[in-house]
Design a protein around this ligand. Structure first.
Ligand code: MSP
Length: 506
């Protein structure tokens, strides 16, 4: 039987500055999803990359007094290095200045033009310099747009309005298309107004850092029309039909809530015009906030993920970002909550379970995994919980409830710690070494299964646990620990972090 496939994308990031936590978050999320789907034996294609054209990048390059391309080439490695540091295992990294992408965009423009969906017109309207697009009267009145001015220009337009009804029908017929539901409702609300056509060109006289229109050399392509196409460039829309057929439509485009309309409306109508299937799901997550405000470059309150990593390690950061955000809602980022999470979940619960069982096995069984005959009720309860975990986690992950998947795993870890405490194998050992062995075996199996199921979130730390147990490569099925295996020695997995005095007792 052919394996199921899973194609996941992140937005492609503007190369106007160094990567920040917003970029890191979506990319880690995509990586975690990709790893969970791999664990479920699916074939995965994980795409990320950079959005290198347009006004934002042009301005950033000008500020640095560099040529546009040199600026992009200088910043691109910073993203790539960060992804490496964060343990991101992408399958393709696209840059919109690559030849394969430029060719694809021009091919598509020509195709849509020949199909009669692109026309020229003079347009006068409100233009947001910050957003780099014409906005509607209603959008202008919302006050959400900065640097708004009236602009009159001859430009090329994509007949987005032609596809409005089709798109609305599609959204109604496919409840899983836009998630979470409140974002779906937001788009349906937006589509109650008549949809205008999309201006897809910029005259070179005003902005020349972009892909030239194949049918009019005086213009370059609007950066969003260019950027969205990356999702089909990479799987080979233009040059590899077999590969393209295998991967498209994407299973999920992960995006932040601020780029919902461009994905759900612009991209979808572009695909409808191209007669291509729409992505199965567009999932919009919320923002990481500091206090009440979005962490953002322009606000200058950006927490550089690299600083956190250098201080606390990569995996606690991955864990925190995945555990703390309810997907779809905003989340507060504070160092205090990071430290709290680290100490409670990682040091006290997960790390402690490993320490305890390996210490006890060392003391009573010469470090070798004991036998497990005749499980008693308490052991069976743990076994039952552990055996049910894989499916629960998969179900949560398939519904984008990553934080709940993690919580479910941690519940098993906590239950196992409690079980060890109640069963007190150090006391039992005095009466019956067999019984103590049974308890420790049960605890170690629960630990092993927890580690396997946490491995997409913390691949390295869980690898250490599995290595100690001699169970690297094992699956989340009960009973894969090998009796008599000698445990490897290890250091504390997550040494507790110092808590400042005002947080004690919380
Ligand atoms: N280049 C476009 C995307 C094109 S996709 C075809 C773009 N790039 S971006 O670099 O500005 O931002 C990319 C992503 O970062 C967005 O999804 C945005 O939501 C996310 N974030 C930026 N700040 C964020 C937070 N503070 N928290 C979470 N994500 C945030 O938009």
């Amino acid at each position: 039987m052919k394996n199921k496939k899973f194609y996941v994308t992140t937005p492609i990031y503007y190369v106007n500055d160094k990567p920040h936590i917003g970029h890191a978050y979506t990319t880690i999320l995509a990586d975690v999803l990709a790893r969970y789907h791999q664990m479920a034996q699916e074939e995965v294609f994980f795409l990320t990359g950079l959005d290198e054209h347009g006004q934002k990048v042009q301005q950033a390059a000008q500020k640095r007094e560099m040529s546009y391309q040199a600026h992009c080439d200088d910043l691109a490695p910073r993203f790539i290095q960060l992804w490496e540091k964060l343990g991101i295992r992408y399958d393709d990294f696209i840059r919109t200045t690559q030849e394969r992408h430029i060719k694809t965009v021009q091919h598509i423009l020509q195709k849509v033009y020949e199909a009669g969906d692109i026309y020229q017109d003079e347009y006068e309207g409100w233009y947001s310099v910050a957003e780099e697009r014409f906005i509607t009267e209603t959008e202008k009145d919302s006050g959400q747009f900065r640097d708004v001015k009236i602009l009159k220009e001859r430009n090329w337009f994509f007949k987005m309005s032609e596809y409005q009804d089709k798109l609305v029908d599609y959204i109604y017929e496919h409840p899983e298309f836009i998630q979470p539901e409140h974002r779906r409702n937001e788009i349906l609300g937006f589509l109650k107004q008549p949809l205008g056509d999309l201006c897809i060109s910029r005259p070179k006289s005003r902005m020349d850092w972009g892909i030239e229109l194949p049918f009019d050399k005086e213009y370059v392509t609007y950066v969003w029309f260019d950027a969205l196409i990356n999702y089909i460039t990479a799987p080979g829309y233009l040059d590899d039909p077999k590969k393209f057929k295998k991967w498209w439509p994407a299973d999920v485009h992960l995006i932040g809530k601020d780029i919902l309309t461009t994905h759900c409306v612009y991209w979808s109508t572009m695909l409808l015009s191209l007669k291509l299937p729409l992505p199965k799901t567009i999932f919009a997550h919320g923002w990481w906030l500091v206090g009440e405000t979005k962490m953002s470059k322009s606000l200058g309150n950006v927490i550089n993920p690299l600083d956190l990593i250098d201080q606390y390690g990569v995996e606690p950061v991955r864990y925190y970002l995945m555990r703390e955000m309810v997907l779809g809602q905003d989340a507060q980022f504070t160092l205090e909550s990071f430290i709290k999470r680290f100490n409670s979940d990682l040091a006290n619960d997960f790390g402690n379970l490993l320490n305890r069982v390996s210490g006890l096995v060392g003391k009573y069984f010469d470090g070798c995994i004991p036998d497990q005959s005749h499980l008693m009720q308490a052991d069976l309860d743990i076994r039952k919980q552990a055996m049910a975990l894989e499916e629960k986690v998969r179900d949560y992950v398939n519904h984008f409830h990553i934080n709940e998947a993690i919580e479910e795993i941690l519940e098993l870890v906590r239950a196992t710690n409690k079980y060890v405490e109640h069963q007190a194998p150090w006391k039992v050992a005095k009466e019956s070494l067999n019984s103590a062995g049974r308890i420790l075996y049960t605890a170690m199996e629960a630990l092993r299964i927890s580690a396997v199921l946490l491995s997409p979130v913390m691949p390295q730390k869980t690898h250490i646990v599995l290595d100690v147990l001699g169970a690297v490569g094992s699956t989340p099925k009960w009973g894969e620990l090998k009796i008599n295996t000698k445990l490897k020695t290890h250091e504390a997995l997550f040494p507790r972090l110092e808590v400042k005095s005002n947080e004690k007792g919380t």
